[in-house]
Design a binder for this molecule. Structure first.
Ligand SMILES: Nc1ncnc2c1ncn2[C@@H]1O[C@H](COP(=O)(O)OP(=O)(O)OP(=O)(O)O)[C@@H](O)[C@H]1O
Ligand SMILES: O=C(O)C1=C[C@@H](O)[C@@H](O)[C@H](O)C1
Ligand SMILES: [Mg+2]
Length: 181
């Protein structure tokens, strides 16, 4: 099974992805963590030191590697869809799910966050709205499915995604299913 999650910062790619992988008993890979292991510092520090373009080059290399041997659940960075090469590689290698959230919901989740470099601005909600307008079409272009994340809890989202994957034949239902004997 190879599933990639895309969506804005705070959409739940890491939180939902980790729980989904546990539930399906497959590996979980967070592309931001792969990058941080390689650079040996936080993405926020790397952005400040080397700039966004350099980060995007690293991100593209990591996405290409993951898509060359797709497996498990991959949480992508929020900006992974900005480059066409990443969109093509993700869609070709993975079943891609867009975790869609309104900027207002994301702002509620991330208002105390200090780790996301793009949100360390005077008006993070305004920034989230700009990111949403610019990226929503790119997430939709990349994804095979869209899941709304505004109200459901992480646990409910995992259930919804497992059900969709089972219906699409991507995940197998447990032996015996959930029918009564
Ligand atoms: N459906 C949800 N309901 C409530 N809280 C959530 C939900 N999804 C995520 N969260 C919380 O919001 C915060 C951000 O989630 P997470 O780190 O998974 O986002 P992300 O999509 O991986 O963001 P990034 O692109 O920046 O890595 C976390 O504290 C997470 O627990
Ligand atoms: O939305 C973005 O552009 C980013 C999201 C994070 O996942 C990191 O990949 C990085 O902070 C950039
Ligand atoms: Mg994440």
């Amino acid at each position: 099974m190879a599933v990639a999650l895309v969506g804005l910062p705070g959409a739940g790619k890491s939180a939902v992805g980790r729980r989904l992988a546990q539930r399906l008993e497959v590996p979980f890979i967070d592309s931001d963590h792969v990058i941080e292991e390689r650079i040996g510092c936080s993405i926020r520090d790397y952005f400040e030191r080397e700039g966004e373009a350099s980060f995007r080059d690293l991100e593209q290399a990591v996405i290409a590697e993951l898509a060359a041997a797709p497996h498990g659940i991959v949480a992508t960075g929020g900006g992974a869809v900005l480059r066409e090469a990443n969109r093509v590689a993700l869609r070709a290698g993975f079943h891609v799910i867009y975790l869609r959230s309104a900027p207002e919901d994301l702002f509620r989740r991330l208002r105390h966050d200090v780790k996301r470099p793009l949100l360390q601005v005077a008006d993070p909600l305004g920034r989230l709205r700009e990111l949403y307008d610019a990226r929503d079409p790119l997430y939709r272009e990349t994804a095979h499915d869209v899941v709304e994340t505004g109200r459901p809890t992480v646990a409910t989202l995992v259930n919804i995604i497992v059900m969709q994957l089972e219906l699409a034949g991507i995940a197998s239902p447990p032996p015996g299913g959930d029918l009564p004997d």
